[in-house]
Ligand binder design. Structure first.
Ligand SMILES: [Zn+2]
Length: 396
């Protein structure tokens, strides 16, 4: 799109039709401009009707028409900002405002469109009142919801406000581990939840390690820091169309969603991946973002949270070394720290997950794709990796 698309011709003197035609070079895709109205044969300006010599619509709304003037005057140029329903002999402030609004709308649409897998996918989504990315999910997953209108979504007892971005309004909705299979209406669409079985894992740790979980004052103090870091997220998607990456290769010792017992007592659902690797293995940022927290915490050891915008964070725990600090901007693939075994941990590994609005969600959904591609059938989904063979080797 040219810098002054739409505005250029409107500001030009009406008689300079040649200059106006330069707008034809505008590279905005046709679907963003909208369906072009039919070419007018005559147009009415005020109370007079004129024959049209030449006319062009630049978008579905904005157009100009060169008219045959009366015998004693030069040709006239008329402009329309409502798809040819009304025509005006000059660019009034209302028309200038309409042109500017249209220019902004096209820019916002282009900003969003680049995130989809193709122009067709973008056009389909922007043209729909509601889109669920994806429209089929399992307990512990996350869904990106898009609407053409602002509002909020009631989901499992919480409200999620749709945030403006591009030409639409978005929010992530995290799914609990306990959600029942079925169809759930969201806007004009329906989200299908399929059932998923999660394995149980029995972890044996030393009494000393086990007692760490009893220091509730330190745990609460850390939680305050974490909550503060995750309470603010940039109101835009901070990643581009590049696919999210797994931060280290590692060996999967605990998959996502395992029900975990520590020394025989129920502990939690392990809503993260544990990837075992040699101490000192470099850890990559999964995608672009801003470091929301890089700190030494009690249970998760040296820990990093990266804000990817719109309430989505990635988390990296038990590091031997932090190589970024809170507030740093990171690019996908940047080395942010090294694998370690700090905090509640039985050996060198990376505990990695994503958080959507303070709920941990399935990391496997992200690798090799982005939320904007989650409805694509060719989506590259990592198969479940090797399951732990020796359960007591599993890491927190
Ligand atoms: Zn873990």
């Amino acid at each position: 799109m040219t810098e002054d698309s739409g505005a250029h011709w409107a500001d030009a003197a009406p008689e300079r039709v040649a200059e106006l035609n330069a707008v034809k070079a505008d590279e905005t895709p046709e679907w963003i401009k909208g369906g072009m109205p039919p070419q007018p044969v005559t147009v009415t300006v005020g109370t007079q009707t004129f024959a049209v010599k030449k006319a062009q619509f630049l978008t579905a709304k904005i157009g100009w028409a060169l008219l045959s003037g009366p015998a004693d005057v030069d040709d006239l140029l008329a402009v329309s900002a409502d798809g040819g329903q009304s025509w005006h002999a000059e660019v009034t402030s209302d028309i200038a405002a309409a042109v500017e609004a249209e220019r902004k709308r096209m820019k916002r649409t282009e900003q969003e469109a680049v995130l989809y897998v193709s122009q067709d996918a973008a056009a389909k989504t922007v043209g729909s009142a509601w889109t669920l990315l994806p429209d089929k999910a399992a307990p512990g997953d996350v869904v990106l919801v898009r609407s053409n209108e602002p509002g909020e979504i009631d989901w499992e007892g919480k409200k999620y406000a749709l945030q403006p971005f591009g030409a639409g309004y978005f929010t992530y909705i995290p799914l609990s581990m306990a959600i029942k299979p079925g169809k759930y209406p969201i806007g004009s669409e329906s989200l299908t939840i399929v059932s998923k079985k999660f394995e149980t894992q029995y972890l044996q740790v030393t009494k000393q390690l086990e007692s760490m979980k009893q220091d509730s004052a330190r745990i609460a103090a850390d939680q305050k820091k974490i909550d503060l870091a995750r309470s603010q997220s940039k109101p835009e998607f901070l990643f581009s169309k590049a696919n999210f990456i797994q931060p280290i290769e590692g060996i999967l010792t605990t998959p996502y969603g395992y029900t975990r017992y520590v020394n025989g007592k129920f502990d939690s659902s392990h809503r993260a991946l544990d990837l075992a690797a040699k101490e000192g293995t470099p850890i990559k940022a999964t995608n672009d973002g801003i470091v929301a927290l890089a700190d030494s915490l009690y249970l998760t050891g040296n820990t990093i949270y990266i804000d990817h915008g719109m309430g989505l964070f990635s988390q990296y725990a038990h590091l031997s070394k932090l190589m970024v600090k809170t507030g740093d901007e990171v690019k996908q693939g940047d080395i942010i720290g090294l694998v370690g075994t700090t905090g509640f941990s039985t050996g060198p590994h990376l505990h990695f997950t994503y958080w959507a609005h303070n709920v941990p969600v399935n990391p496997n959904l992200f690798f090799g794709t982005t939320p904007f591609h989650w409805n694509e059938p060719q989506q590259e989904q990592k198969p479940a990796q090797n399951t732990p063979t020796q359960k007591q080797d599993s890491k927190q």
